[in-house]
Design a protein around this ligand. Sequence first.
Ligand SMILES: NC(=O)C1=CN([C@@H]2O[C@H](COP(=O)(O)OP(=O)(O)OC[C@H]3O[C@@H](n4cnc5c(N)ncnc54)[C@H](O)[C@@H]3O)[C@@H](O)[C@H]2O)C=CC1
Ligand SMILES: O=C(O)C1=N[C@H](C(=O)O)C[C@H](O)C1
Length: 265
Amino acid sequence: MKEIKIVIAGARGRMGSEAVKLVEETTHFSLVAVVDHKHEGKSLKDLDGFDVDVPIYTDIDKCFFETNPDVLIDLTTPEIGKIHTKKALLNGVRPVVGTTGFSEEDLTELQDLTTEKGIGAIIAPNFAIGAILMMKFSQMAAKYLQDVEIIEQHHDQKLDAPSGTGLKTAEMIAAVREEKQQGHPQEKEILTGARGANYKGIRLHSVRLPGLIAHQEVMFGGDGQTLKIRHDSYNRASFMSGVKLAVENVMKVDLLVYGLENIIE
Ligand SMILES: NC(=O)C1=CN([C@@H]2O[C@H](COP(=O)(O)OP(=O)(O)OC[C@H]3O[C@@H](n4cnc5c(N)ncnc54)[C@H](O)[C@@H]3O)[C@@H](O)[C@H]2O)C=CC1
Ligand SMILES: O=C(O)C1=N[C@H](C(=O)O)C[C@H](O)C1
């Protein structure tokens, strides 16, 4: 298999450090540099916990120019991730984006840019195969049980709410069910937010607690019955087979793929 040259943005983070391990362990992947907001000019091996001799750049354009990668893996923050994705496309580098918190407008803009540039890009709100199945099964269930609420639970260092996975699940369900408002038509929130966020009538609830990693339950209700579809990630290694799949697939497409369910049979 042809070697894929990779840059990772956010390499010191919880997900980024796991992605560094993945790239190092995969024979046809080669890590050529990392992008950080500090440590310009150092090697990654100068930092605690890393044993990989690749340069750290704080300027992503310079990084792309000097290292000529095929793929950028971005695992940063919503604001930075969007900028990095745009810059990757403008530099002819294929982005694999795990960063969440993009708005609908952000996604449209990135889709337009991908089409204009004619190179592949993958934005995956969740790389865990179990989470993809949870979303697919929820979409199937929504054809039969239209009343649904999503309860996502994450660690308390998470910046965005609802989670990318929660939002994507709501989008996938909304695509197959007629929009409807749930609960009593005259229900009234005594405390603002008690009923959660509202995506086309689907309620989304975000729990943030230390001790959690990434968990989601999609709960359906019907006459005299409920159905719960649940996924739990207990560590960040759970996301890595999906990252590998995304990197391999982004080399084969020339459009924006939003969600790994679109490349998993
Ligand atoms: N798609 C998926 O399956 C998953 C996605 N995520 C998402 O990945 C993102 C990162 O999550 P974590 O690793 O938990 O966060 P984290 O806070 O541990 O890591 C973020 C990293 O980005 C770096 N960073 C910040 N500004 C930067 C800049 N200007 N340039 C380069 N790096 C910069 C930080 O230094 C930090 O190392 C989040 O958006 C999260 O929602 C997290 C887990 C799974
Ligand atoms: O921030 C996280 O941790 C996670 N973020 C992604 C999301 O927002 O859905 C994926 C996973 O849930 C972990």
